[in-house]
Design a protein around this ligand. Sequence first.
Ligand code: MG
Length: 327
Amino acid sequence: MLQSWLEIEESYLAPWAAYSRNSAGRVLAEEECQLRTVYQRDRDRIIHSKAFRRLKHKTQVFINPEGDHFRTRLTHTLEVAQISRTISRALHLNEDLTEAIALGHDLGHTPFGHAGERALNRLIGHFKHNEQSLRLVEQLERNGKGLNLTHEVRDGILHHCGEGLPKTLEGQVVRHCDRIAYLNHDIDDAVRSGYLEYHQLPDSTLQVLGSSHSQRINTVVLDIVKESTGKACVNMSPLIEEAMQELREFMFANVYLHPRKTIEEQRLEKVIDFFFSYYQEHAECLPEEYRHSPLKRAVCDYIAGMTDTFALHHFADLSGCTYTPAI
Ligand code: MG
């Protein structure tokens, strides 16, 4: 029952954790659930959302990959949630809040990963996936009613990347874990797709973080727990932070900005451009649920919500051209 969860929080959480009873609440007041805390309820709302189901067919790094073993935005999200919960529990933070933020953080990702995000940013002047995640949970889900999530979950989703830290330590855990998850699983997928070989990784990655995927995650998780236990912060040691930074720079230079990938992304941006012009000229073809905003914004919301698979099929239907990968 709700009362026993609140008691568990009282007995287990650190003084600086986010207690459900202290939540700043929802925009529209609601009756409490008899069984779940506000954060448990938010987590469940996110899992039952349409945007969450669409993550299954959205790119993580490799566009619409043919192999079944590549990460998608959904499996990335689940990895972030798993790592975040481990750290949150170890630090006596609110695991339910952490999980809700982690599951919701990437809901606003476009089709084709960052290529889609770049194209929409160019087309409407300002588009960021974290802001779109917030827009989805606040406005677009449930046919324009939004999910009415708590303030802390919305804050964590908005600030999982970019400028400004989340106000809660639970949000800060997710922000770290997003980076821990993607840097590590992208190595794995880059090797799987032939962009990299393990021996090319920087020395600091192999020697400081570890030689396998699980070792590297374990090293960073243990480091954060060690550095942050008993303190109102979520930090890495300078040694691990530096090794993570080197790995990030390496991944940008060798994978994310790889010429082979860039060529493909430029072509996919044109697919987004096509949809943008098409729906501006055929506003009547937009699904009903997207017609509540000014046209440009509505078109952007609809495109941003598309999955990779839907976008490629839909492009073929509307343009009569089948998209074939460049290489
Ligand atoms: Mg992410």
